[in-house]
Design a protein around this ligand. Structure first.
Ligand SMILES: [Zn+2]
Ligand SMILES: [Zn+2]
Length: 291
């Protein structure tokens, strides 16, 4: 009964203040992702790497450069997810209406009051139809669809590599500092000790690094799970909305080109790499047995 009341209250809250809540969630999620990426970069480059190797050694320079490259890819792809327009307005005027030969494949969006191409769906948060809509990303405050799906997959890939690398560095540092399991059983006692200022600096560092490595582990697992999910979608040319649907499956190579563009997996190198998509997101060929 109590649970029902909570759901009912949530439903009424979303109905009356839905737009405001979504906008606040967008700002919080956007800031959180940017802040977490910058935090892990600074933590690894300024605190962990100098413990593991000499700051003047080639290995320190190499890992710093690699970290900067990964950060550039995460933030660059993330910004492109946010800034890329997936709506019907991204199409030239003459493509915003179905040509007679394609009209039977288009459907009416009752909210936008216009005909939209196959695989386009209305998004309640964006308040418009998105071309080949995959899902609405709260972090990017935008729908992931035909024009920015590539950036989303690349962002997940670099987040997985970045989180994995941080986990390796943090585990090695914690192993040598013997702080991996330090805080677990003593964390409440430790916080109490901190309040009473009974803990020396060395213990404080152990507690902090032990908490960060656990956060790092959880984030790595979440991001890799998301990446695997998206790679399955990529291999089938499906979407989150219809995960198991193979209606538009054109074979692995063609599916990669339809989502990543003509340069295929080379787009993983940088969000700045131009990779035109084979079509504008209105014409979707069916799998042979669906014809
Ligand atoms: Zn619509
Ligand atoms: Zn949306």
């Amino acid at each position: 009964m109590c649970l029902f009341r909570i759901f009912d209250y949530r439903f009424r809250l979303m109905k009356s203040h839905g737009d405001r809540i979504i906008n606040i969630l967008h700002v919080i999620s956007f800031t959180l992702l940017m802040a977490m990426s910058l935090f892990f970069f600074i933590y690894e480059v300024w605190f962990i790497l100098p413990i593991l190797c000499e700051t003047k050694s080639w290995s320190y320079t190499f890992y710093c450069s690699l970290s900067m490259y990964i950060l550039h890819n995460i933030i660059g792809n993330f910004l492109m997810c946010w800034l890329t327009d997936n709506s019907m307005k991204s199409l030239p005027n003459y493509r915003q209406h179905p040509p007679p030969t394609e009209a039977s494949f288009w459907h009416l969006c009752t909210k936008c009051q216009m005909m939209v191409p196959p695989r386009s769906w209305h998004c309640q948060a964006c308040k418009r139809c998105t071309l080949k809509r995959d899902h609405h990303c709260t972090f990017a405050a935008n729908c992931i669809g035909h024009n920015n799906h590539r950036y989303f997959i690349c962002m997940l890939f670099h987040m997985s590599v970045g989180c994995g690398l941080c986990l390796v560095f943090n585990t090695i540092e914690s192993y040598y500092a013997k702080s991996l399991f330090f805080a677990d059983s003593l964390i409440l006692f430790s916080i109490w000790g901190l309040i009473r200022q009974e803990i020396v600096d060395e213990h404080l560092w152990h507690i902090v690094s032990s908490c960060i490595i656990k956060l790092n582990f959880i984030l790595t697992a979440l991001v890799i799970a998301q990446l695997v999910y998206q790679l399955i979608i990529l291999s089938r040319n499906s979407s989150c909305h219809r995960f198991k649907d193979c209606t538009y499956d054109q074979g692995f190579k063609k599916n990669v080109e339809l989502i990543m563009g003509r340069r295929k997996f080379w787009v993983l190198l940088s969000p700045l790499l131009d990779s035109p998509l084979p079509h504008d997101g209105t014409k979707w060929q069916l799998t042979k047995h669906h014809l």
